[in-house]
Design a protein around this ligand. Structure first.
Ligand SMILES: *[C@@H]1O[C@H](CO)[C@@H](O)[C@H](O)[C@H]1NC(C)=O
Ligand SMILES: *[C@@H]1O[C@H](CO)[C@@H](O)[C@H](O)[C@H]1NC(C)=O
Ligand SMILES: *[C@@H]1O[C@H](CO)[C@@H](O)[C@H](O)[C@H]1NC(C)=O
Ligand SMILES: *[C@@H]1O[C@H](CO)[C@@H](O)[C@H](O)[C@H]1NC(C)=O
Ligand SMILES: *[C@@H]1O[C@H](CO)[C@@H](O)[C@H](O)[C@H]1NC(C)=O
Ligand SMILES: *[C@@H]1O[C@H](CO)[C@@H](O)[C@H](O)[C@H]1NC(C)=O
Ligand SMILES: *[C@@H]1O[C@H](CO)[C@@H](O)[C@H](O)[C@H]1NC(C)=O
Ligand SMILES: *[C@@H]1O[C@H](CO)[C@@H](O)[C@H](O)[C@H]1NC(C)=O
Ligand SMILES: *[C@@H]1O[C@H](CO)[C@@H](O)[C@H](O)[C@H]1NC(C)=O
Length: 758
């Protein structure tokens, strides 16, 4: 394969927060243990934030929250040689590499190519060597990484990506053990459920990684964000790229994940010296429980990991008893006291909700997509003999491509007087079929069946018949071997099939002359643009009469006021079918709220124990995969009117569309004794205490119940006094604070369960 095919591939940069004071150059290198900065081994915690998935005005807040969450570095991407060279040159000009005194400590070239390299044989090897040489020749003065690339060509450092990397060992003995993508959750597909990865399990995977010698890890994603416009790939990746990451799609803290990890980061950082310079010894405590001691002359730090998926462990270590729950890691910064356990979450859970403001009633206008000439006459922009792949025709300039042909049928045609169907072998993500301007039906890709047969009864006429097929793509393939050459659109065959009794006759239209038209007229005329309002060239005006519902290929427009304040804005697309939406001319992405996930495969209870996979602990079964869409504040005019434009492809009813802000609604915590608990409603005061009990309460947020023992003092009163009316409050979870309890039974620590309203 020629190298020019790879210009779309990625390069990545790890940008370090300026925690390493530097007026002059910083020397970033590595040895077998860790990345070194100015000769010192460092523990580095990094997170992926991809800048196109948020707006530039969100970046400072996201980066501050990442730093506050205990991250040392941000990882971000983009293309290959030309782009990499350009960016490297720009960065060099600004002296951004650590070798020049700047904050960039590491760079990555390629992404998970090791997963596909074998499909390309010798050329795959040649390519990865080319990447290494190209990157190396740019002479950036900091190390380059290749993730998921066993035997990466030197001096590239190979790294691990995954839900867990504790079992990972670099194939090159001089490479440190590094984890570049610690998957904090998973992305969502249209028709899929919401992925959910517990804070307990994510923390477990991180702590295990550091217990087993890791020194660098990056969260993929730390902030996932939004696939604005048509950038979502997949195919079928949704507009939301929330990823169940520590910062949610809108940039708010995803609690308890953010806070639970922050505590772990602080501890790991405090153990940097022993973790990077200490001698390592492991002690098998039985039943899959292992203690690891990192010791330098000055100090020792320890982990006790319980990998057993079901059995909690009571172990004796250095003369003390430790209770280590199943599938958890206890962190003992000085080897004599547990400071943290991955399964004991003391951070609050924040339940996000839409504000309770009465939604503004939107006055819609509408107009049809004008497609008569296309559908009835088959006139397009291009003509070809036979069927051509959608990507090759559109070059991805649009999701929409018309395939149109003519077929002459006279009375002598053997097909005549039979029941006729149109049969289309299709790779279109969505296919809409018309015969002589009459809609025949549609079919969509479901359950990953990207290759299907569409067959519908048709009633052709004597003479010329026009067959018009609208092929719609919903994001192009973006991963896997030869992903660029996978079929998209209508690859055929396309046939008319006549049935009479057991007899079948087929007429293959695939080799006919086909007319192609790229895009739809409304897109080509920019009906979504704020400047298109009242455009003279548009013969059809926007109408405010007889607002149609469930009408295909229809444009809708309305004015609205921006919700006040700074809280993230979302728009509810309940009632709509499928299409694209714009705010003041800027696309907020594809929408498809009518696509529900399947009814099964969700559980009420999510057990954090045991290996995570993208299907584990899914929620929102039988509900729209994505109902709410992010409207970035920077797309809105706070003082004036704003315009929302919809292109409805499938047919829907816009009357329920409304704008909301997303805020913290309820805050819960289930903190353990001898810890502090911090409660906050973000930027609003805490308004009321709904539940508080110290002892052995039970239940989930929203259904907490008092247990068999309780502290002597009125917990609700104490919480109310400390918290109500305040932006935040911090309380010790102790008998001193909440009163001693009667016997709670067993030796499990006492807990404070609390639920407050924002
Ligand atoms: C990238 O490619 C363009 C077009 O071929 C060329 O003009 C430009 O100089 C290249 N830039 C770099 C940094 O290689
Ligand atoms: C992965 O992320 C989880 C959650 O933050 C963390 O506990 C775990 O330590 C991370 N893994 C590594 C190897 O850093
Ligand atoms: C986990 O604990 C159970 C109960 O003690 C034991 O039967 C099982 O063998 C353990 N599993 C592993 C992998 O250690
Ligand atoms: C680490 O182990 C080596 C070899 O056993 C020993 O020489 C050295 O003193 C140890 N260092 C510490 C800090 O324990
Ligand atoms: C066409 O199909 C209908 C049922 O769908 C059947 O009753 C009829 O006999 C068929 N006609 C021919 C010509 O096969
Ligand atoms: C999809 O889910 C919504 C919300 O639960 C429900 O109202 C709607 O009827 C569902 N649609 C289908 C086709 O099942
Ligand atoms: C916002 O709306 C006000 C009032 O209509 C207008 O004067 C202003 O130019 C608009 N600002 C932008 C950025 O469009
Ligand atoms: C807690 O509230 C105080 C004001 O009561 C505020 O100054 C501070 O920034 C808040 N802290 C956090 C972490 O929100
Ligand atoms: C928690 O208790 C410690 C003493 O055990 C005390 O120093 C600290 O001030 C208390 N913190 C709060 C928030 O009450």
């Amino acid at each position: 394969m020629e190298m020019k095919h790879f210009i779309y591939l990625l390069s990545l940069f790890f940008i370090l927060f300026a925690t390493f004071s530097s007026s002059n150059s910083t020397i970033v290198s590595h040895d077998e243990r860790a990345i070194t900065i100015n000769g010192q081994r460092r523990i580095l915690i990094s997170g992926s934030i991809h800048y196109p998935r948020s707006t530039s005005d969100m970046w400072p807040d996201l980066i501050n929250k990442a730093k506050d969450g205990g991250l040392d570095a941000i990882e971000t991407y983009n293309e290959m040689q030309n782009f990499t060279t350009k960016i490297v040159n720009m960065m060099k000009q600004e002296n951004l590499f650590a070798s020049q005194g700047g904050p960039i400590i590491l760079a990555q070239i390629e992404n998970e190519y090791g997963n596909v390299i074998s499909s390309y044989g010798a050329e795959g090897k040649a390519y990865i060597n080319w990447c290494a040489n190209m990157a190396n020749s740019l002479d950036i003065g900091v190390p380059w990484l290749m993730c998921q690339q066993p035997h990466a060509p030197e001096p590239m450092i190979e790294t691990c990506n995954g839900f867990y990397c504790d079992q990972y060992k670099p194939s090159n003995p001089s490479s440190p053990k590094m984890w570049t993508e610690n998957w904090t959750g998973w992305f969502k597909n249209w028709g899929g459920k919401h992925p959910y990865r517990t804070a307990e399990d994510l923390a477990y995977s991180v702590a295990r990684f550091f217990q087993t010698g890791g020194t660098f890890q990056n969260y993929y994603m730390y902030h996932g964000g939004t696939n604005f416009g048509r950038v979502a790939g997949g195919p079928y990746i949704t507009t939301s790229y929330d990823y169940h990451a520590p910062l949610d799609e809108f940039g708010s803290l995803n609690q308890p994940k953010w806070g639970h990890l922050k505590q772990l980061h602080t501890l790991l950082k405090s153990m940097e010296k022993p973790l990077t310079y200490g001698n390592i010894s492991t002690i098998d405590l039985g039943n899959s429980v292992t203690a690891t001691v990192y010791s330098t002359k000055e100090r020792s730090s320890c982990f006790i990991g319980n990998v057993n998926t079901t059995a909690d462990a009571l172990v004796k270590f250095k003369g003390k008893d430790y209770n280590v729950p199943a599938w958890s890691v206890s962190v003992l910064p000085d080897c004599n006291k547990e400071a943290y356990n991955t399964a004991r979450v003391n951070t609050q859970t924040s339940i996000m909700t839409e504000d309770s403001r009465k939604p503004e009633k939107l006055e819609w206008t509408w107009r049809p997509e004008v497609a008569r000439k296309t559908i009835l006459k088959g006139s397009g922009d291009l003509i070809a003999k036979g069927l051509v792949d959608q990507k090759d025709v559109t070059n991805d300039a649009s999701d929409y491509l018309w395939y149109m042909t003519r077929v002459h049928l006279d009375k002598k045609d053997p097909l005549w007087s039979r029941n006729m169907t149109l049969r289309v072998h299709s790779n279109a993500h969505v296919l809409h079929a018309y015969v002589n301007g009459k809609y025949v039906g549609n079919q969509i890709v479901k359950d990953n069946k990207f290759d299907y047969k569409f067959e519908k009864k048709v009633n052709p006429v004597h003479g010329t018949n026009h067959i018009s097929l609208l092929s719609v793509s919903v994001g192009l393939q973006n991963y896997g071997p030869f992903f660029e050459s996978g079929p998209t659109g209508i690859n055929g065959p396309v046939k008319l099939v006549g049935y009479k009794g057991d007899e079948t006759i087929e007429k293959d239209l695939s080799g006919h002359q086909w007319d192609y038209k790229i895009g739809l007229n409304g897109f080509n005329n920019k009906l979504f643009s704020t400047k298109s309002v009242g455009h003279k060239n548009h013969k059809l005006k926007w109408s405010n009469e007889k607002l149609p519902a469930d009408r295909m290929l229809t444009w809708y427009k309305a004015k609205f006021k921006a919700p006040l304040g700074k809280d993230p804005v979302i728009v509810d697309f309940s009632g709509l079918g499928k299409g694209e939406a714009w705010i003041n001319g800027q696309s907020i992405g594809r929408y498809w709220p009518s696509f529900n996930s399947s009814d099964d495969g969700c559980t009420d209870e999510c057990d954090y124990r045991g290996e995570y996979g993208s299907d584990k602990c899914s929620f929102m079964c039988g509900k729209p995969t994505q109902r709410w869409y992010h409207v970035p504040r920077s797309f809105l005019n706070e003082s004036g009117h704003n315009t929302i434009t919809l292109f409805e492809e499938m047919g829907g009813d816009p009357s329920m569309v409304n704008f909301k802000t997303v805020v913290v609604g309820t805050v819960c915590a289930r903190a353990h004794e001898h810890n502090t608990v911090e409660l906050s409603c973000s930027n609003r005061p805490i308004s009321a205490v709904k539940f508080a009990s110290f002892g052995n309460p039970s239940g989930h947020c929203g259904s907490f119940a008092v247990g068999t023992c309780e502290g002597a003092k009125d917990a609700a009163k104490i919480v109310a006094k400390d918290c109500v009316g305040k932006l935040n409050c911090t309380m010790n979870v102790s008998s001193d604070k909440f009163g001693s309890t009667s016997d709670c039974g067993g030796d499990s620590p006492k807990r404070l369960f609390v639920e407050v309203e924002c």
